[in-house]
Ligand binder design. Structure first.
Ligand code: SAH
Length: 205
């Protein structure tokens, strides 16, 4: 019932892709939150997931997923696994997902949650997303769920031809960008203003 309300709100906010709406509706968001916050799971707001990190607002998860899916990617890389919610949504929509997280405890929890949801097409890497995952690339789509000051060069290099990179760029003010690779050229479009936690350099124990 509450998930249905959320789907309605997302459709009203302009999300058009039915597969995306369906994937969000069938992903139990409360599973990705601390028990004390579970009652807020179907509100269209960002929520804390520990370690100073946040689970994005469902609207932005839906919007980024919709943008990424426009070119029907087969192999996708996500930077910033976090709670695993965005990964769970993507795993229902693409054949193969790779995801990188720099905080080990978050990665462990995310892995357990996806297993519980019977999503087995996801590979997890503990490491620095600035570097991408070169031996698993090239990727048809890359989604970064933390804001980068500049676009990481490694991610552009690991993008397949006609592949799409969805990334929030900036510091205090951030813009969501859609970058498409055309040979050795990159076309960039500004989508909308966003607010993400920063994409940090380096690993963490
Ligand atoms: N996609 C997540 C959103 C998590 S918030 C979800 O659905 O819950 C952003 C995440 O990016 C945080 O977990 C943070 O630890 C991670 N992150 C920040 N910098 C990173 C980096 N350089 N490499 C990998 N992960 C990073």
């Amino acid at each position: 019932m509450r998930a249905t309300n959320l789907t309605k709100k997302l459709a009203e906010a302009g999300i058009r892709d039915h597969a995306v709406l369906q994937a969000l509706a069938s992903t139990p968001r409360e599973l990705f939150l601390d028990g004390a916050l579970a009652h807020k799971a179907y509100e269209n707001t960002a929520l804390p997931i520990g370690q100073g990190q946040t689970l994005s607002q469902p609207y932005i998860v839906a919007r980024m997923t919709e943008l990424l899916l426009q070119t029907q990617p087969k192999k996708v890389l996500e930077i910033g696994t976090g709670s695993g919610y965005q990964a769970a949504v993507l795993a229902q929509l693409v054949p193969e997902l790779c995801t990188i997280e720099r905080i080990k405890s978050l990665q462990i929890q995310a892995r357990q949650r996806l297993k519980r949801l019977d999503l087995h097409n996801v590979s997890f890497k503990y490491g620095d997303g600035w570097k991408g995952w070169s031996n698993r690339g090239p990727f048809d789509g890359i989604m970064v769920t933390a804001a980068a000051v500049t676009i990481p060069q490694a991610l552009l290099e690991q993008l397949a031809d006609n592949g799409v990179l969805i990334i929030p760029v900036g510091d205090d003010t951030q813009q969501l960008l859609k970058v498409t690779r055309r040979g050795n050229d990159f076309e960039s479009h500004v989508i909308e203003a966003v607010k993400f936690v920063p994409l940090i350099n380096g690993e963490l124990a």
